[in-house]
Each structure stands twice: as C-alpha cells, then as structure tokens.
Design a protein around this ligand. Sequence first.
Ligand code: AMP
Ligand code: TRP
Length: 330
Amino acid sequence: MGMEKKIIVTGAQPTGGFHLGNYLGAVKNWCSLQEDFECFFFIPNLHAITCPSYSPTELRHNTIQMLAQFMACGLDPKKSHMFIQSSITGHTELAWILGCLTPVGQLFRMTQFKAKSEQKDFVGSGLLYYPILMAADILLYNAHLVPVGEDQKQHVELARDLAVKFNQTYGATFNVPEPYILKTGARVYSLQEPTKKMSKSDPNQKGTIFIFEPIDGIRKKIRSAVTDSGMGITFSKNKPGIANLMDIFAALTGLTVETVEAEYGTHSYSDFKNCVAEAVIEHLKPLQACYFELLKDKEYLNAVLEDSKKVAQAHASRMMAKVYRRVGLF
Ligand code: AMP
Ligand code: TRP
C-alpha cells in the first residue's frame, strides 16, 4: 500500500504583483514542497472582496495574473492543484457552518481584524468573517500543513481550534492542521529603509522590487539601495542595508551568507551592488519571459484552472457530504 502524501493548502490574494519578499519569503519555497506533498495552491478572491474599495475589473485581471505568477515562479500544474477559491462549491458553505461554532469575541480579538478595521470608515462583516473563511479553505481539503507568513499564523490557529471543536461536537472529521512557517524563507527588507519589511504598499516604491517589473528599473533600484557610509561586505546588525543585499544575494545564488562574506568581503559597496543586481536580473529573466508568455495564452491558463478545479471540487464535495451528514443537514 502506497503512503498517502500529506496535504498542503495555501493561498495568495490577487492584490497585484509579487515583490522579491513574496518570492523569496514564500512562493519560491512552495515550489520545493511540490514533490513531497499533495499541494493545493489557490487564489482567495473571496477574501479579496473584503476590501471595500476594490475594483471588480481589476480583481478579475489580478486573479488570472496571480495564476500566471504562480506558474512563472515554478509552481507546476502537473504536480500541484491551482485554482480560484470562488470557483469551488464548499468554501463558503463550510465557512457558514464553522462560523456557527466560532465565538464572536475570538473574531473581534484577531490582530488583522483590529488593524484593518481601524484604517477604515466602513467595516463590512466580511472582514470579521475573513478568518472563518480561511479556516474553511484549510479544513475543506483536510490540510496537514499550511505554509504562511508570521502574520497569518493566528488565523491558522483559529482553523486548528475549529477543527478540534467540530471534531468534539460532531465526531472525528478534520485533521488538525499545523502552520508551516518556512525556516529557509528569507526576510527581505526595503532597499530604501532596510529596517522595514519590503512591502507592496510601501509609498516609496524605490524600496520594493517587483519581480515582473522592467529589468532596467530593477538594476537602478538595487544600485541606489540605501547603505551606511562604511566599507566592507560584512554581515552585521549595524549594517542593515548591506546585510539585506547579502541575504538577497545568498538566497538567489544558493550561497551561505558566510561564503558571500568570504568571497565578496573586500568589494566596494558599489561593486557588490552591481553583483547583486546582476544576480537578481539573471534569476528573474527566465521568470519574466515565462510570465509574459503565459499571459498571452489565456486558453492554457483557463485549461490549467479547469483541470485543477475538477480535482479540488472532488475533494471539496467529498468533505462537504461528510460534514453535512455529521451536522444533520441535507
Ligand atoms: P503579503 O504580500 O503580505 O500578502 O504576503 C504574502 C506572502 O509573502 C506571505 O507568506 C509573507 O510572509 C511573504 N512576505 C511578504 N513580504 C515579505 C518580505 N518582505 N520578506 C519575506 N517574506 C515576505
Ligand atoms: N489570508 C491569507 C493572506 O492574506 C491568504 C489565505 C486565504 C490563505 N485563505 C488561506 C492562506 C488559506 C493559507 C490558507 O496571506
């Protein structure tokens, strides 16, 4: 009897282009999971509409763009399932059922809810319900592991709580999923303020490298990265700008930071920046070529979605039949 592969579920919201932090901290690492796990990589477009000012046209565009980004970054439709959340029946149904088990207090205490609702004049109930929908995404496929960044860990904890509560209330049904914070995931900092995380919403766009932006712009951003006025390519907390560039360089070349220090220690800052720029560009060029080819072939992208949708829907339907029976629904 063959060993069943463990199940991985994760998603990335269709909110625009990946930057180097998303790539090195998340998606590049997902690629290495594809061999050993059954992976469900999906696009949580229902989560995206919790932002009241989103544009429907842009959302549709960004959703397809996200699929092309997944694939250009190395997620392989022959190995993994890639699909759109709203195209599967089960996510919102399961969310409703899980919501009936969730104390409202726990939702109001969620860090992301508190932060996001403070920034808004209008706070829709969807924003409060967001973590329940995320729990449903995870439990619907009976995930064992959920790769997420630190900021989403609390939401995975809720999914765990709900799995346990459902199992206690209705009988053993769900695996209790584990958050999977990848240790190899580099944390990438802004090129302009190297003590702040690289982020797509940074008002200073010179600090953020979008992986599908034109090569010349990438080169310029790296060459004008903020560093201290010292010398020597050494890894130190006191030199966050250089340390960030060293981390990026190491992550892309597969070298350790120690090796980078040994081999480039005597370079000038500007020579080292050129080396980093060329390494980033070498690495991103084939991804960019692949991305723009994929975007031209909507038929292929739709075919990938259709294939994955069948598999994902089969899993979801099987799970929902079980859940409905347990809960006493028809
Ligand atoms: P976000 O763009 O914030 O929705 O993040 C999507 C994924 O990228 C999450 O898994 C984050 O942990 C990861 N990520 C975002 N920014 C960075 C960064 N600057 N460095 C490393 N990982 C990041
Ligand atoms: N909320 C996650 C984020 O913003 C995206 C997401 C939605 C997700 N559903 C998920 C991640 C299920 C992992 C599993 O990054």
